[in-house]
Design a protein around this ligand. Sequence first.
Ligand SMILES: *Cc1c(COP(=O)(O)O)cnc(C)c1O
Length: 542
Amino acid sequence: MDTVKGFVNETFKDKEPWKIVAITTGSVLSAVWLWNFLDQDESVVERGKKKIFQLLRRLPLVRDKIKNELDGMKCTFERESLKRVKDIDFVTKLPLNGLTHEEILDAVKRLIKLGEFDWQHGRVSGAVYRHDEKLIKLMSDVYGIASYTNPLHPDIFPGVCKMEAEVVRISCRLFHGDEASCGTMTTGGTESILLACKAYRDYAKAVKGITRPEMVVPSTAHSAFDKAAQYLKIRVRTVPINPNSFTVKINDMERAINKNTIMLVGSTPNFPYGTFDNIEAISELGVKYNIPVHVDACLGGFLLCFMPDAGFSVPTFDFKLPGVTSISADTHKYGYSPKGSSVILYRNTEYRHYQFTITTDWPGGIYGSPTVNGSRTGGIIAACWASLMSFGYNGYLESTKKIIETTRYIENELRKIDGIFILGTPATSVIALGSHQFHIYRLSEALITKGWNLNVLQFPSAIHLCVTHVHTQSGIADEFLQDVRDILIEIKKHPEDPVEGMFAMYGMSQTIADRAVVEDLTRCFIDSMYFTPLKEIEEEMN
Ligand SMILES: *Cc1c(COP(=O)(O)O)cnc(C)c1O
């Protein structure tokens, strides 16, 4: 203490008081600035890169070039979106008098038939998990009865709340939760994930005093985690995957943990490769460091529950593991309910309490709501409940058996085909394909001409097929395999040919170092989904 005092006194002995004040203030402010500069969501290198690109984009030459390219892409996207609706005129204002029941039904039927892909008969990957006239009839009857109800008013619609509670309890049981386990229904996997992140952020703040929250997430985890992070101001620490197994590297995950970590994430399976993270190891990390673990079973959940009894082994991943504190599972995927339902489940009510939003002082009353939405339709809840009741345990068991058998069959046959390989080991129903001999997007491109719509992956370029109940219809798997074999014969005649069209753009976008340009392109694309030609409005104005 004395030496420090002596040193400071010696250093400042000839300085005037105002200088001492200035130096002190200046160095404190600099230290604060440096701390803030270094302690941000992105590394200094990342931010430096972005800054350079930002400056480059301000150069007139670069700016004009990018603007021209984007305008060009905007037109392309708009033309494509017009082509998709076969140039049917857009309705851009209310009809003066309402249409009749028949007119509306006819119009909707026509609109639903517009797409090029035969999704009812398994020509698309994922997207449609089941297509069955009897199920559709049941769902629309049930939805109809409950469509104008709202669980926001439990006193008015107690039966809707009962159905929601039952969907949650049934799901908890399927994932081996005990009496303390609980959850809520949500509108989909994205909301389930968003709410888990919100719960853990608020839990960490209240219980551990964490004010700069971070989540540790495998690079393959669904982009809903990034979305949640953006909405909720949580920093994402992305953990790389093992290049052979395509599952998260556990050692790297442990290294990414720090005092600000609010949650760890694993997927069962992940969307891109359909591979299964080592949840047992992630659960152990959660226990060791006392950090909640979220298991994203959005995609796999309602298959995994039935796989053991269907004769397929599954690693332990659910509430049986002591570290797993929450699970998201989509009833609107392999639960076969219409889109708009999912469940978020917690080990106990303490975590769930942090999911809720409560305002006590609003003039409109004390307002507590469990999920993102205020008003919701009871129709979706009733439909989801109805699908669980309609299939029952054995119904799901039988569907799961068919789907996993079909996936394993397709996987085995694909492995026999020379020129392509499978990324990792498909755990449930997703098979990702790559090639060392040609650009794999060419396979996707050629499959489209034969009516198949697969998912496109990047870093590395790959494609995947997500097998659903529609693919278990007789002959579909073999038709797919035969088309792949035929296409490969053609491609291998000229393996080095480039990719064309939209796929070329997708391939090229991976090489653009300035990701902000890719972001702009994506914004243009989303804009184009809302594009309505202005023809009519212009006519009226003239
Ligand atoms: C589908 C999916 C989600 C997100 O679900 P949405 O229902 O599309 O919001 C999350 N994780 C995985 C692994 C998924 O496949």
